[in-house]
Structures are given as structure tokens and as C-alpha cells.
Unconditional design. Structure first.
Length: 537
């Protein structure tokens, strides 16, 4: 988790010495530590969350709020149970360590989990990262959601955890009750939205998986430097039911105006460069789950998500009025309930769900777009028309040593490509293109098996040139890299070994060690890529 913490707020204070004494008898890391530091996380609107640090270990504590609570809310025991089950099957959640039912320790039930070091983005627009990384982070998030929904509930040892089919009907009923129990004034829009949802339940309400219930970017911990989800947080609303409700909740910020700002910094994300469109995210999700790329009654699921968000906002404001809210900005949430309800109605009564402008999932730079168009034109005018000559050459020389030579027509095409500046496009230092730019170009050249060679972008030379460029000495670059970049020589890559699955490099048996000024290689290779004429080995 990130370290956006503050001193424990007065309404959430508890006896830390009592907690230390209790944990000393339960966890070894507390037995020999004289100091125990407790801070409260600033974020979090439901169950108060605390950062606990000893001399050699870091934990996170989640507890119920103090005072009078809404019926059925703040079930920290359920959070602990589902995280324990998910951790056991390798799904990314913090390691749950222990659960305490003894309310005399800190005043409420609580559980302890290990601290996960990584990045949490409180702003769904992901400021401070590049557009390409925004794309990758959102893709990682939706892939993680698809992984959750692909788990077999029956194997998770969560007997009786949820009620299964009929999830949407229960959700509408539950959040209607929660809203009415916490409402402080009349709200006709919420009443009308509730009525519409209850009379338009989806026919697919019998599908069942484990659902998170509050799956958002700011409930995920990402790797410090990679676009990879390390942990999914806040399982209070998890249960079993219709998985598309989870996906719709995740997509919800795409459907409200950018000025909306509800539930902390959960503002609209429409138009933010790099954030994939709902269409793109739905496509990725469906591909990961192996289901058809169409979601009937999506407007119902989006409206239900917005209704749920409005009910949550009302509950937060109600806790503010009671004086036991977990967040310092809880007073602001009362103002967002009515606008959310009106937006939910707008989407509900739309004949077709109006999506925001779709943005390209993987966006090229302006230069990359120009080069891609030049490559497409070159392919159309020169490369594809040469297919017959290339095919005839290889058919004619299939049984002679000439089959290893480059057809003359390809040498002619190489000269044209180099003259057109379409050369070494894979290497940023040569082409000025990013790897993302080149991805689109590689997809285009992949339509013809000899096209990459025409642009001097063929394997294994590309990988070998990259290695020489990044790690070669100046002498090695002069001898091997420069001729490769000119296309004067070719290189090869020897990997496959007869006795092991050496495509996994950790299995390789071939060894290399230094002997004075030389290296001795001891091993056997069966197949080599790129080993033909004019080869540098």
C-alpha cells in the first residue's frame, strides 16, 4: 500500500499498548519489538485502515468503525475470509495474517494483513505517468478482474459466502435499503432510478462468479515500476454473483462528465490520453475470459453501478452526520448523490448506451503515424507485388545451396527501402521511433514473411543489434553492429539444445567461462536462426 497516512484521528483512537500485548502472543514479529508505530490511512471511506510498523515488519490493520452502524455493513470478517481464500490460490491480495473477534483489544473486531509495497493511484486519471503506461495499467487492471471472474468459486473453500444467482435483484434491493436507511432528505431521482432498475433486471442474472463489489483503479496496488497488479484491496462488498456488474462498476467513470468528482478523487476519465475506451476494455476482458465480445443490457449494469455509488455516497455522508466517518472529507459526499442519480436515469432511459469518444488503445506518436503510412504505401507499391518473384526463386532453388541466398529482388527492395528512409525502424536510436510506434509497423510488415528483411528489421538480427547497441564495446560495435545496421552482413542466434526445453533459458545446459583473454563455450546446439550466407557468428 502507499504511505498516505496521518496520525490516528481522535474518533478512531485505540489502546496501542493493548494491541501490542495481544499481538505479542500471536505473531513472532511482535514478541521482541519494544516499539510499535501506528498511523491511519487518509484514504478509505468505510472500514478504518491503519499502518502498523515494528522494527523489522510492516502490517496493515482493518477494523470496523466505532459507534452505530448500518445493518449488514462493515463485515471485516468477510474481507478476511475472502482474502485468505484468494491468497491460497495465488490471486494478488495482501497476505492475511490473523483475525481477532475479541472486541476488548481495540474496541471492535479487526484483522491484520501484511503490508504490500507498491503504487496506488488515488486519481483514476493516473497523472504523472505517460499515456502508454496509463494504457498498460488499465489493461493490467481489467486483466486482473477477468482473472478473478475466471476462478472456480467451488474450489475456494468459501462455503455459504454468497447467494449465487439473482445477484442484480439482490443488489438493487440491498442498495435501496442502504440508501433509505441513510437518506437525510427526499431525492426523487434516486427513487425513480431505483424503480427503473427493479423493473428492468437482466435475463443473464443467473451467471455466478466471485465478484469484488468495489473494483476500481484506486483499490489496486501496482508494482513500483511495472504495469502489474500486486494486490487487490477492500473486499468488504465481495460476494458471489453476476460478474458483469463488477466490470460495469470499473467502467463507470467513463460515462460521467470529467468534472464529476465523487468518492474521493473518482472523477470522470473520458478524454484522458492513454486511458482505453470502454469498448477496448470490454474486448480485453471478454478475450481473457473466453466469452463473446458483447454485453447485453450494458445500460442496466452501468446504471446499477451508478445507483450503488450514489447509495455509498449517501452512506458516507450519513456517517459524517453521526460523527464516525472514516474519511476527513466525508461531508462533501452528500452533494454528489442527486447528480449521480440523474446521470443513472439518463443512461437507463437511453435507447442505446452512448459511449464517449473511443480512443486508440495503443497510441503512436505523430512521427510514428507518418512512418507507418509510408511503410503501408511501400508495402502496397513494392513489397507485395514482388511476392511472385520471391516464390519462384525459392521454388527453383529448393534443392540447391542457392536456397540460402537472398533473392535478387529482395536486394533491390532493400536498396529502395533504405533510400526511402525506411531502414532499421526497430531501433529507437536509429529511427527516432518508440517501441510502441514500431509495434504498429511490425504488425504491418508481418503481413508478408519477407517484408521485415526489406526494412532491415528481421530476426534474429534485430535482437542481436539491440544487444550490441546496449552492451557492446566500441570495437564490437565497429566490427559487427555497424555492418549489421548497413545490411552488409547477417547474424544468427543459437538456442535449441537436444536434451532440455531450452526455449526456457533457465534450463540451458550450455556453459561459458573466461580463460584468460578468451571465453570457452561448452554445449550442443541443434537449431540456429539466421544461419545462412554472409553470417557473423
Amino acid at each position: 500500500m502507499d504511505r498516505q497516512t496521518t496520525a490516528v484521528r481522535p474518533e478512531h483512537r485505540f489502546d496501542t499498548n493493548n494491541l501490542k500485548r495481544y499481538l505479542s502472543g500471536k505473531l513472532d514479529s511482535f514478541s521482541h519489538n519494544r516499539t510499535l508505530t501506528v498511523q491511519q490511512y487518509i484514504a478509505g471511506q468505510s472500514n478504518p485502515t491503519f499502518y502498523i510498523e515494528t522494527a523489522n515488519k510492516r502490517y496493515v490493520l482493518r477494523k470496523k468503525p466505532p459507534g452505530e452502524l448500518l445493518p449488514g455493513a462493515h463485515k471485516v470478517d468477510r474481507e478476511y475470509a475472502v482474502q485468505k481464500a484468494l491468497y491460497s490460490v495465488g490471486f494478488p491480495v495482501p497476505h492475511p495474517v490473523m483475525y481477532c473477534t475479541d472486541t476488548s483489544v481495540i474496541g471492535t473486531e479487526f484483522y491484520i494483513m501484511e503490508h504490500v509495497q507498491g503504487r496506488i493511484f488515488r486519481d483514476l486519471r493516473l497523472p504523472g505517468v505517460s499515456a502508454a503506461e496509463r494504457t498498460a495499467l488499465y489493461v493490467a487492471a481489467v486483466e486482473t478482474l477477468a482473472k478473478l471472474h475466471s476462478l472456480d468459486v467451488d474450489t475456494l473453500s468459501l462455503m455459504g459466502y454468497g447467494k449465487g444467482s439473482g445477484y442484480c435483484k439482490r443488489q438493487v434491493s440491498t442498495w435501496t435499503k442502504q440508501y433509505k436507511a441513510s437518506a437525510h432528505k427526499e431525492n426523487p431521482a434516486m427513487d425513480k432510478l431505483c424503480d427503473w432498475l427493479s423493473h428492468n433486471l437482466p435475463a443473464s442474472d443467473n451467471e455466478v462468479s466471485l465478484v469484488h463489489g468495489d473494483f476500481r483503479i484506486d483499490n489496486l496496488i501496482f508494482h513500483p515500476t511495472e504495469a502489474r497488479v500486486l494486490a487487490v484491496l477492500d473486499w468488504e462488498l465481495s460476494t458471489t454473483g453476476q460478474p458483469i456488474a463488477d466490470l460495469a462498476y470499473f467502467l463507470m467513470p467513463h460515462y460521467w462528465p470529467s468534472h464529476y468528482k465523487v468518492i474521493s478523487t473518482m472523477g470522470g476519465v473520458t478524454g484522458v490520453k492513454g486511458i482505453p475506451s470502454p469498448d477496448d476494455l470490454i474486448s480485453i476482458y471478454c478475450c481473457c475470459r473466453g466469452i463473446p465480445n458483447s454485453l447485453p443490457q450494458l445500460n442496466f449494469f452501468i446504471s446499477m453501478a451508478i445507483f450503488k455509488m450514489a447509495a455509498i455516497a449517501q452512506g458516507i455522508y450519513a456517517r459524517h452526520l453521526l460523527g464516525n466517518a472514516s474519511s476527513m472529507n466525508s461531508a462533501e459526499f452528500g452533494e454528489s448523490v442527486e447528480p449521480l442519480a440523474e446521470l443513472g436515469l439518463q443512461i437507463a432511459f437511453s435507447p442505446t448506451l452512448s459511449l464517449p469518444i473511443s480512443h486508440q488503445l495503443f497510441m503512436q506518436s505523430p512521427k510514428g503515424q507518418v512512418v507507418l503510412q509510408h511503410v503501408k504505401e511501400f508495402m502496397r507499391k513494392h513489397i507485395l507485388p514482388a511476392h511472385k518473384k520471391v516464390k519462384e526463386y525459392y521454388a527453383k532453388h529448393k534443392d540447391t545451396p542457392e536456397r540460402w541466398h537472398t533473392p535478387p529482388v529482395l536486394e533491390e527492395l532493400k536498396a529502395k527501402a533504405r533510400a526511402a528512409g525506411l531502414w532499421n525502424l526497430f531501433l529507437p536510436s536509429e529511427s527516432g521511433l518508440s517501441q510502441l510506434d514500431y509495434t504498429h509497423i511490425a504488425e504491418e510488415t508481418g503481413h508478408c514473411f519477407y517484408a521485415p528483411e526489406v526494412f532491415n528489421c528481421q530476426a534474429p538480427d534485430t535482437g542481436n543489434m539491440e544487444v550490441l547497441h546496449l552492451f557492446g564495446t566500441e570495437e564490437q560495435k565497429r566490427l559487427w553492429l555497424e555492418p549489421l545496421l548497413r545490411g552488409d552482413i547477417r547474424s544468427c542466434f543459437c538456442m535449441t539444445e537436444p536434451d532440455v526445453a531450452s526455449s526456457d533459458a533457465t534450463n540451458m545446459e550450455c556453459t561459458l567461462h573466461r580463460n584468460k583473454d578468451h571465453f570457452i563455450i561448452n554445449g550442443k546446439k541443434w537449431w540456429s536462426s539466421g544461419k545462412c550466407v554472409n553470417v557473423t557468428e
